[in-house]
Design a protein. Structure first.
Length: 83
């Protein structure tokens, strides 16, 4: 089956880093050893663009880059984004 990768450009920003980069929400697929979906922070700008940052059940910080997570709070595509 085809999988559409997350598109950070279509995510509503919900906060900013101390450097001023926009942040959104992400959620892991839940196919890790824990088997639980984990909500995290999606970096929408800057050097970590497109990375879902989250904390595992054991307290270990972790990240996913380029897939393996859902975007939360996505906005509708605008005319310039559609074919």
């Amino acid at each position: 089956a085809d999988v559409i990768p997350p598109i950070p450009e279509l995510t509503l920003p919900l906060g900013r880093t101390k450097e001023g980069y926009r942040l959104g929400l992400c959620r892991t697929y839940g196919d890790s050893a824990e088997g639980r979906k984990i909500v995290g922070t999606l970096v929408l700008e800057g050097p970590d663009f497109g990375t879902c940052l989250f904390t595992r059940d054991d307290g270990t910080p972790s990240s996913l880059n380029g897939g393996g997570f859902h975007l939360l709070q996505a906005r509708a595509a605008e005319a310039l984004c559609e074919d």
